[in-house]
Structures are given as structure tokens and as C-alpha cells.
Write a protein of this length. Sequence first.
Length: 233
Amino acid sequence: MTDSALALGVAARTVLIAGATSASGHACAAALSAAGARVIAVGSNAERLAALAEAVPDVITRVCDLSDFAAVSALAEEIRVTAAKHGHAGIDGLIHLVGGWRGGGGLAGQSDEDWQVLETAFGTLRNTTRAFNDQLLASDAGRLAIVSSVSVDRPLAGGANYAAAKAAADAWARAVAQGFAKAAAPAEPDAAAVIFVVKALAGLEQELASAVVGLWQQPASALNGSHIRLGDA
């Protein structure tokens, strides 16, 4: 990442938020838009996306089933084609916010239904990172960010499903980071994958949003593969 790219920060960059209709999605969309980014908010609920667009008027919304790799690939191609008309490779950032806590009831309470929801959320990370990997690598400051949990290191029986799914997402993001580094070798990477770690995301939405904006104010070499703790994590 060049000094000029660092000076630019996130301004004029294209950032896609997957799972954008959550409270954290709203906060990130507003912060990124205020910082001058072009925000593409993606979710499966058109009404919730419309509410986000009303709250953050500059946001571009797209309805997409992120659990369907073909649908995500089609979205990636649409964005690539549109960006190419303006001399860009595609997105500069992917902020993955699909998820939510499921659990309780000890080990016996770890239901198949909860696991299927968590597994589907992990699948959206697999799908989006695979579909947009080339675009992030083509950017001079590509950024992937996910939100993980302290439960990865301190799992509890009542949250075993959740901790296992978060551990999978953590490992996947670190694998993406290794891929970014390998693609750039022997030079330093321009792309970085970052894992934000929280005890609980509720109440930390603004802190997360500020941290997301700040990802374009640091070189990829300092960020790639890192865990950044938020709140009292």
C-alpha cells in the first residue's frame, strides 16, 4: 500500500457490507459513507435494506441470498462489470457481518436447528470471500473484516455450537490472510484480512464502525491476519 493510498484512506473506495441490515451494519454503513466511501449494502430482506437506504441515503443496496454461491458470484460479476466502466477492479473492502448468537442449555441444548443457522452464516463467509477474492487482491488496499468472539479461545458448553462456528470463521479468515500474503510474495501484501474480537457486539457498534473505517489508515502488512479486540474483550 503506497503512501498516497494511505493518505486517501477509505475515501472514494468501494466497500461491500454483507449482512448490512443489523445494528452493526447500519453503524458501519453510516461511518463509511461519512468518510467518503461508496457503500454497497447487501442482505436478503428488501424492506430492511430500504430502511437502511433511508437512514444512509448514499448507500447502494443489493438483495442477495449470500448462502447461494451462484447468487453471490453473480453479484460479484455485476459489481466487477460496473466498476470496470469507471476504471476500477471492483470492491476495496468486504465487511462480513452475517451472524448472531445461538445457544444455551449446556451441551445438551446445542440443537441441530441452531447449528444449521450458524453453519449457514459461516457459509456466507465462504461464499463472499471466494467470490470477491480477486477483486480484493486487485485493489491497492483490499480489506476483509469479520467479527469473531472470545468464545473461540474460551468456549463454554452452553455456547459450543456458536464457538465452533466462530472458530471455523476465524480459521477461514486467517486462511484468506495467508492467501493475500502468498499472492503478493515476495513483496508486502496490499490486501489484509482482519478479525475483530468481542465478548458481545451489542453496544460496540460505533466502536466497530470506527475500527472498520480505520482499516484503510494502516498498511496491510500491519493488519493482515491480525486479531483486534474491541470493548473489554
